[in-house]
Design a protein around this ligand. Structure first.
Ligand SMILES: NC(=O)c1ccc[n+]([C@@H]2O[C@H](COP(=O)([O-])OP(=O)(O)OC[C@H]3O[C@@H](n4cnc5c(N)ncnc54)[C@H](O)[C@@H]3O)[C@@H](O)[C@H]2O)c1
Length: 291
């Protein structure tokens, strides 16, 4: 089977990046979201990000025009029925994802593959919500998708070899390097990264350091390109909290308990960059710590 058409469910931070990368690499993309505003925002973001690539000489202008023409949008899952692969990149919530996968299974052609970009939820469990566990796989892109080289591939218990090989080749075709993870909570990257971010939030919560001190310490002291709080805002605090819950529930170890301050920020709707406010306020020219 050859993959030519890619469906993307969820037009948020990740969905727009996934659509961007596949369209630039010659695939026809249909981007779906339940929220029209998110679709419009995604098209704006893709345009701006491709324009930046054109300015930098990474992408030719006619390649950008062709890529933009390859992207269609829809609010109906029915329009994904003829895709060769559908990548689910909706909100990190198991109920939301199970519901999407169930509806998608009813309309999608039998031979198509379904992948999920979940950061942490069991691939085997999500596979069970579909009609095709053998052609279901975890395809975990990193944010921002056009920039970050890694894709983690995660097989569920039933994922078959042809599916794994096809998706691996497809990831390489769009310029990504694959790392394979077993299906355990949060896989490799987030199993290691999120406890660090959560610990950074504890150091803020306990008054060990200010937002600025914590981020400066980790940037200059550990040579990280972004501080952990800046990174948490970038990922989205709702996504961070959801991953901590998956780790806590899935591994039953109290070391994964989400910091109460993270919970509070999410309850306040301070979800980070995408909401304009999190550990930093993004309303001005420069981000300013919110505490
Ligand atoms: N943010 C990151 O750094 C990152 C990195 C890798 C993977 N992920 C994963 O990618 C997924 C999306 O994360 P995000 O950061 O793009 O979130 P986001 O909040 O930016 O976007 C989620 C999108 O899903 C849409 N959505 C919700 N329910 C839907 C439905 N039923 N049908 C269609 N669309 C629906 C929302 O309207 C929203 O546009 C999550 O599973 C997350 O864990 C996130």
């Amino acid at each position: 089977m050859e993959i030519k058409t890619v469906g993307v469910i969820g037009a948020g931070q990740m969905g727009n990046g996934i659509a961007h990368v596949f369209a630039l690499n010659g695939f026809d993309v249909t981007l779906n979201d339940v929220n029209k505003e998110q679709i419009d925002k995604a098209l704006g973001t893709i345009t701006r990000n491709m324009e930046r690539q054109v300015r930098r000489g990474v992408v030719a202008e006619d390649a950008m025009d062709a890529a933009m023409k390859r992207i269609q949008t829809t609010m109906s899952v029915d329009d994904l029925k003829d895709c060769d692969i559908v990548i689910e990149a909706a909100t990190e919530n198991e109920e939301v994802k199970r519901d999407i996968l169930k509806k998608l299974s009813e309309v999608l052609k039998d031979e198509a593959i379904i992948a999920t970009n979940t950061s942490s939820i069991s691939i085997t469990r999500l596979a069970a919500a579909t009609d095709r566990p053998s052609r279901f796989i975890g395809m975990h892109f990193m944010n921002p998708v056009p920039v970050m080289k890694l894709v983690e591939l995660i097989r569920g218990l039933a994922t078959d070899d042809p599916t794994f090989q096809l998706v691996k080749t497809m990831a390489q075709t769009v310029g990504k390097t694959v790392a394979t993870s077993e299906d355990f909570p949060a896989f490799i990257v987030n199993r290691i990264l999120l406890p660090m971010i959560n610990e950074a939030i504890y150091t803020l919560y306990e008054g060990v350091g200010s937002v600025e001190a914590i981020d400066t310490a980790m940037k200059l002291g550990a040579n990280h390109p972004m501080g952990p709080l800046e990174l948490a805002d970038f990922i989205g605090l709702d996504t961070c909290l959801s991953i901590m819950h998956v780790l806590y529930d899935g591994l039953a170890d109290s070391k994964y308990r989400p910091c109460p301050l993270l919970v509070k920020y999410v309850e306040a709707g301070w979800l980070g960059r995408k909401a304009g406010r999190g550990f930093y306020d993004y309303s001005g020219d420069e981000p300013v710590p919110t505490r």
